[in-house]
Design a protein around this ligand. Sequence first.
Ligand code: PGA
Ligand code: ZN
Length: 424
Amino acid sequence: MKTSIKNIKALEILDSRGNPTLRVFMELEDGTKVKSSVPSGASTGEYEAYELRDGDKNRYNGKGVLRAVENVNEIIAPALKGMDATNQLKIDKTLIELDGTKNKSKLGANAILGVSMAAVRAAAASHNLEIYQYLGGSEANRIPVPCMNILNGGEHADNSVDFQEFMAVPIGAPSFKEGLRYVAETFHTLKNILKNKGLATSVGDEGGFAPNLKSNEEAIEIIIEAIEKAGYKPGEDIAIAIDSAATSFSVNKKDKYNLKWSGIGEMNSDDLINLAGEWLKKYPIVLWEDPLAEEDWEGFKKFTAEFGDKIEVVGDDIFVTNTEFISRGIKEHTANASLIKLNQIGTVTETIEAVRLCLEHGWRAFISHRSGETCDDFLADFAVAMGTGHLKSGSASRSERLAKYNRLLEIEDELKGNSKYYWK
Ligand code: PGA
Ligand code: ZN
């Protein structure tokens, strides 16, 4: 068969933080050749699928992925050879069975995901289709609103801001192309404002600025100033989204927190919920991700009960793109959206299942990159295929972030006026 898998091979490469990750090469019988690269997180959830690292302190401080590479070359490649690349369900099922563990710790979710994504890319290429068409069908035409993380804190930066991400969201733009321009201009204006205030304009892991500010709230105020100075109306043209990544400053992963980077100190779940209430009164916030830690199901539920009718409440570390946790969340009204990260669960099929579960229950699904990325642009096509209407891929700097946004520009252009762009 033309679309049978002929060869699979993995290579250890470096991600945007200079840490090892995998690039997987796949060749089909018809001569199609593709490659896919795997991202890696920093503020990871406890129950994410397992990222296999060598632990050999003599190489990359233990972060090498030669064992995962070997698992692709020695175990996965022979098992998948001859299999039809268009049968994604069977490929992913075989990968899951070959691994045999609940969290993909035997072969490594990084090894598995690289192969799973490569199969999608190879099958699409072999049919002369773009990935968004292959996965989403001919009606896939919704380009996601780019939630641009222009100010970084938490574990993604070495500054005084506790919350990890402050995103500019071009909800009022007429198209993706214009939306990207709105927020990229805001990013440049923010740089000038920071410079004029004598603040640092160096960037964090996701390409947003990482200044030392007097408070977490100043981050929002300064972004609103940037939106206005760039010529846009806060809340109308551009709104704000936050990822607290609260697990990263929780003491017990549950209901005790220490806002350590700003020096504010201890808080409990109610304090954080009250603080959010104050901010929501003052600022045009449309989405709040991980306002509480991954074990704080009660806090999440309270937060959603308070604010879930006004804003999108997204669970990242708490759901880890896993349908088991998302199902519990749906039942318990823990949130009203889930973050979606391919490498949190490890195969394309399971990621699609997580998206579908959300959408079937009236939840939103927020497609996301990782803080450690490569220039692989699979995510952009995936977001269009899923039609979920928004994605985050960092800021308007660092090519691994722009690779996804630029790919979305291509897709919108290719759809020649038949694309859709709207927030909700
Ligand atoms: P991570 O950050 O990739 O470091 O987990 C992204 C996020 O928390 O959403
Ligand atoms: Zn997050």
